[in-house]
Design a protein around this ligand. Structure first.
Ligand code: BV8
Ligand code: ZN
Length: 227
């Protein structure tokens, strides 16, 4: 059975990483859309470097939670082929043990060159003084900002086209193209289940909403899952 899972900030909430909605879409008084954009970076690179440095530092203080671990358990189930796509830029799915994690919005632990685009594993702070080993260009967080093309869209859409079941965990479904994946699954006629504190459904995109904290609801669902 091919299962397509899309996760958002809510799956990392119980690990202590605040979601975008909790922050009221603000960070240090700046709208996320202002900070997480190429224009915001050009206008105030120091602010944007700091925004991501603080979030990268937090990765050393948090652990995967029961919801992350439930997705590892699901991946191991006999007969399950799991595609895990995350909007999150943290590394908690990898640290929980999922084999393949598709980071459609990039990763805090990566940085890329503004000139040649080469991406590097990056766990330290990133700043204006850092240079690409390949071409000497300035570096930016390897994060997909608003207005930029998400990563792996072709792979994501081909996996979505083969899925027998679509699951969304901890996402408010407001950011596209990710938010459109549930609609695409629904149009294909496969079951679509969301795990969230509250139903986010605006347009009948989910056949089932399982409400509660993902750290409680997802492990229970996986335990009862019979494939
Ligand atoms: C694109 C990286 C073109 C950054 C992110 C005007 C100009 C330009 C673009 C647009 C525009 N208008 C619209 C757009 C499109 C735009 C968009 O959708 N904007 C929205 C605001 C309307 N999208 C883009 O720009 C995308 N690119 O369109 O390029 C294109 C497209 C296709 C093909 C060719 C070209 C790029 C979007 C990516 C932006 N980068 N992240 C960073 O992280 O700093 S998005 C960022 O916000 C996150 O990655 C995440 O994806 C999103 C927040 O969403 P969620 O993960 O859902 O988090 P949220 O806090 O919202 O919700 C948490 C949920 O969890 C809640 O529902 C809550 O109830 C629940 N929850 C909380 N606790 C728990 C829980 N659930 C269960 N258990 C719990 N314990
Ligand atoms: Zn370079």
């Amino acid at each position: 059975m091919k299962i397509f899972v899309l996760t958002g900030a809510g799956i990392s909430a119980e690990s202590g990483i605040s979601t975008f909605r909790d922050a009221g879409g603000l960070w240090e008084g700046h709208a996320i859309e202002e900070v997480a954009t190429p224009e915001g970076f050009e206008a105030n690179p120091g602010l944007v470097y700091q925004f991501y440095n603080l979030r990268r530092d937090q990765l050393f203080e948090v652990e995967p939670n029961a919801a992350h671990r439930a997705l590892v358990e699901l991946e191991k189930r006999e007969g399950v082929e799991l595609t895990l796509v995350t909007q999150n830029v943290d590394d908690l799915h990898e640290r929980a043990g999922n084999r393949e994690v598709i980071h459609m919005h990039g990763e805090l632990r990566q940085a890329k060159c503004l000139v040649c685009g080469k991406s590097y594993r990056w766990s330290a702070d990133l700043g204006a003084g850092d240079r690409c080993e390949n071409c000497g260009g300035r570096m930016r967080p390897d994060i997909v900002w608003f207005g930029e093309m998400p990563y792996e869209m072709d792979l994501i859409e081909s996996r979505l086209g083969e899925a027998d079941l679509f699951i969304a965990v901890g996402t408010s479904g407001q950011v596209y193209p990710a938010a459109g994946y549930a609609d695409m699954a629904r149009r294909r006629g496969i079951p679509t289940i969301e795990f969230n504190l509250e139903p986010t459904d605006q347009s009948g995109r989910f056949s089932e909403s399982i409400c509660g904290k993902a750290g409680d609801t997802l492990p229970e669902w996986v335990r009862e899952f019979e494939g």
